[in-house]
Ligand binder design. Structure first.
Ligand code: KNH
Length: 160
């Protein structure tokens, strides 16, 4: 039962922070406005994206609705029947929160509000948001969990 409470707190927390940050950007910045936070590294730039990462599948809202519902269904199943480690539970909760955060934008505005603008060297990484960050961190946690599983399986095989 505790794992559900932790997950619900994480999911609601991600959605709240994501939606509040997007609301702030909508209310206090014009589209295209950019505020320097750290010179040549980190800017807050008001941006909209009607696609997925890197603007893929621009405007394909029906695809995004279907994809997100499938992703969410899969993740809930995984969480209920396969998530035994906290790492996996937290990873899945972060991805669910991020997916819902962007889903709310897509349903309300048919685009996603982005504002985190970072430069890696001279490369201007695609502008993203809190939901994307939660999604990406969740994906990384799941990946670490899978690697740990893989390594421990290898060790067990060696001991046999
Ligand atoms: C992060 C997933 C993207 C997010 O997927 C979602 O919503 C999910 C729930 C539903 C999609 C309909 C389906 C996922 C497609 C897979 C995908 O896209 C593979 C991506 C890999 C990823 C590693 C996991 C890299 C990183 C991306 C970026 C940096 O993220 C920190 C760039 C973000 C900017 O392009 C920004 O404009 C994007 C905009 O905010 C809309 N966001 C989405 O579509």
């Amino acid at each position: 039962m505790k794992k559900y409470i932790n997950a619900i707190v994480i999911i609601l927390g991600v959605i709240l922070i994501d939606q509040l940050s997007k609301l702030f950007i909508q209310r206090s910045m014009e589209l295209g406005d950019s505020i320097k936070v750290i010179e040549d590294l980190f800017y807050i730039t008001s941006h909209r994206n009607s696609g997925a990462a890197w603007g893929m599948l621009e405007g394909q809202m029906i695809f995004f609705y279907i994809m997100t519902v499938i992703v969410l269904g899969l993740l809930v199943y995984l969480f209920m029947y396969e998530a035994h480690s906290r790492l996996m539970q937290y990873g899945i909760a972060l991805i669910i929160g991020g997916a819902i955060g962007n889903f709310i934008d897509r349903v309300l505005y048919q685009h996603v509000i982005d504002f985190i603008d970072v430069y890696i060297g001279t490369y201007d990484f695609p502008i993203f948001n809190v939901a994307d960050s939660a999604l990406t961190i969740g994906v990384i946690l799941l990946f670490i969990h899978m690697m740990k599983d893989f390594i421990s399986d290898k060790k067990e095989q060696k001991m046999k």
